[in-house]
Write a protein that binds this ligand. Structure first.
Ligand code: NAD
Length: 264
């Protein structure tokens, strides 16, 4: 067992099961001696998260629906009471009604837009403000984003707009919190088959496309997202803030289809 995260305490939000990107990061941090708290959305997911949390010796496992300010307040009040301070947060939460993760973005109704932006973007701001108040010795805040923020991806639609806002919020919060030694970054992961990803239209096609056209000629693995998350949360990245770090086997910088790739 490594010691990179020894003495650091952090909150991981967004584990749904053992394929969640949040879980990839949590296991990497736990393997380096970090102490973890988890939040989950609703009792059904709580039953899945509890054994995972137990397996890494987590001290706190709390319900928190991020659409509810009172629930977020309660989470941070508990952390303050139990720990008194906090070193890092992983925000791996996103949601849009899957009815609108297909077809045209231009057809997104107001209510679907507001909910997607609330859960997928504003929740990170709401969490960051409360977390920062507990980060007395500086800290690291991390969220998860996707290339659909920067470029048009089929079916990603309102989530792409939400991720663009999320990435901008990373930069604004990095500027706001830098003087307190608090860093704010995002990992932009390539496609990984998770519960959230299954809501996106034609996700299998997207996985194949990335596999054939990424420079590394494969898709990214959960452990690799975990490793990048660990870097962002640890002191190894102490000089890094306001960054969107791509962990996608290089796909983000490719300009055209690989001519040698097979047809999908
Ligand atoms: P996941 O389904 O395992 O995790 C999504 C989490 O969001 C779940 O734990 C769910 O409970 C939580 N959530 C949704 N609404 C919530 C709410 N109102 N309150 C509290 N929690 C809520 O899927 P994942 O792919 O691991 O997603 C984690 C993050 O990674 C998301 O932001 C997603 O957009 C991002 N991401 C995923 C991929 C991918 O291909 N899987 C790629 C890039 C970025």
């Amino acid at each position: 067992k490594g010691t990179l995260m020894k003495g650091k305490k952090g909150l991981v939000m967004g584990v749904a099961n053992d394929r969640s990107l949040a879980w990839g990061i949590a296991s990497a941090v736990a393997a380096q001696g970090g102490e973890l708290a988890f939040t989950y959305q609703g009792e059904a997911l709580g039953k899945r998260v509890q054994p995972l949390a137990d397996s890494v010796g987590a001290s706190l496992v709390l319900p928190c629906d991020v659409t509810d300010d009172a629930a977020i307040d309660e989470t941070f009040a508990t952390i303050e009471r139990e720990w008194g301070e906090l070193d890092f947060v992983v925000h791996a939460i996103g949601w849009a009604d899957k009815q609108f993760l297909r077809g045209r973005y231009v057809d997104t109704p107001r209510a679907a837009f507001l909910t997607a932006l609330d859960i997928s973007c504003y929740s990170f701001t709401a969490v960051a403000r409360r977390a920062a108040a507990l980060m007395k010795n500086g800290g690291s805040l991390l969220t998860l984003t996707y290339l659909g923020a920067e470029r048009v991806m089929p079916h990603y639609n309102v989530m792409g707009v939400a991720k663009a806002a999320l990435e901008a919020s990373v930069r604004y919060m990095a500027a706001d919190l830098g003087s307190e030694g608090i860093r704010v970054n995002a990992v932009s992961a390539g496609p990984v088959k998770t519960l959230a990803a299954s809501g996106i239209g034609d996700f299998r096609y997207i996985l194949k496309w990335n596999q054939y056209n990424a420079p590394l000629e494969r898709n990214v693995m959960l452990e690799e997202v975990g490793g990048a998350g660990l870097y962002m949360l640890s002191d190894l990245s102490s000089g890094v803030t306001g960054e969107v770090h791509h962990v996608d086997c290089g796909y983000h910088m490719v300009g055209m289809k690989n001519p040698a790739a097979p047809d999908i």
